[in-house]
Design a protein around this ligand. Structure first.
Ligand code: HEC
Length: 255
């Protein structure tokens, strides 16, 4: 029976893999906090880490940087996760041997990391978890997203505007918006009050109402009555610029 149990456990790990979150909690989380809003981090970075006194960069920072700096960010998720796994295997053995993936100002806040022991399975699980964390952080800390059809119904019922954000998975400006703008409180407040948010991957999804796509990130505003296009724009903006733009659109539609 014992033997059978063991076989089942081993098989289970092979089939479903280890739990990356659990490995991260056990081996990395004592130094790497998961998520701190970017606005707070910016203040802390400017003040030389004297505000938050972090031991290490956050998991959010690591996740975004791994996706941006390791391997080919235009390949599929699985391909890049393999490259991240190779990178982590080497990095954890000897953290000093590698050019840092962190921005200079962030790297400068911390002493070099010490080697951490991790098995092949653990690193595999960590690579998956760390790759996926950026997206998970958006879902946890961002405003709720809807599918377009559902968004139209809700917007109509609640007198709101549908906002479609068009993105590409590897577009740096889109990621910058995800990290710095879409999760910040003032943006979330305006979005929640007056808009219904839809995120569309323009690589695989087509915009509704025959709209031609702009560059990414781009924002398409739709009045659910009609439905008709109110406006569209492309590019990035700060929290203040983006909230002002949202307020402006709202005023134009519901005066
Ligand atoms: C004792 C504290 C500590 C632990 C535990 C720790 N780290 Fe770190 N880590 C740091 C510090 C400090 C830095 C920033 C300095 C650096 O980059 O070497 C860092 C940086 C990193 C970086 C970015 C490296 C770069 O500069 O390019 C990665 C990736 C990373 N850690 C992964 C992990 C993983 C995965 C684990 C768990 C298996 C882990 N760390 C455990 C302290 C820690």
């Amino acid at each position: 029976m014992k033997r059978l149990m063991l076989t089942v456990i081993v098989l289970g790990t092979m089939l479903f893999g280890m739990d990356g979150e659990a490995v991260f909690k056990a081996k990395c989380a004592s130094c790497h906090e998961a998520y701190i809003p970017q606005a707070k981090l910016n203040v802390n970075d400017e003040k030389n880490n004297t505000v938050l006194k972090l031991k290490a960069p956050t998991l959010t920072e690591l996740s975004f940087r791994l996706k941006d700096q390791v391997g080919d960010r235009t390949t599929d998720a699985e391909g890049q996760t393999f490259e991240i796994e190779d990178y982590l295997t080497a990095f954890l053995k000897d953290p000093t041997q590698h050019k840092s993936i962190l921005p200079k100002n962030v790297r400068a806040l911390f002493p070099p990391m010490k080697p951490v022991q991790a098995s092949e399975e653990e690193v595999e699980a960590l690579a998956d978890y760390m790759y996926g964390y950026a997206e998970k952080m958006m879902l946890t800390h961002g405003v709720k997203r809807y599918a377009y059809d559902e968004a139209l119904k809700i917007a109509k019922k609640e007198g709101k505007i549908v906002l479609i954000e068009g993105y590409l998975p590897y577009c740096r400006g889109c990621i910058w918006m995800d990290r710095n703008v879409m999760v910040e409180a003032p943006v979330k407040a305006v979005l929640k009050k007056n808009f219904v948010w839809v995120k569309m991957n323009l690589l695989i999804e087509k915009l509704p109402l025959g709209m031609k796509r702009l560059g990414t990130p781009s924002f398409y505003f739709i009045d659910p009555d009609g439905p008709q296009v109110i406006d569209m724009m492309e590019g990035t903006g700060t929290v203040q610029e983006f909230t002002e733009m949202l307020r402006d659109i709202k005023q134009r539609v519901h005066r």
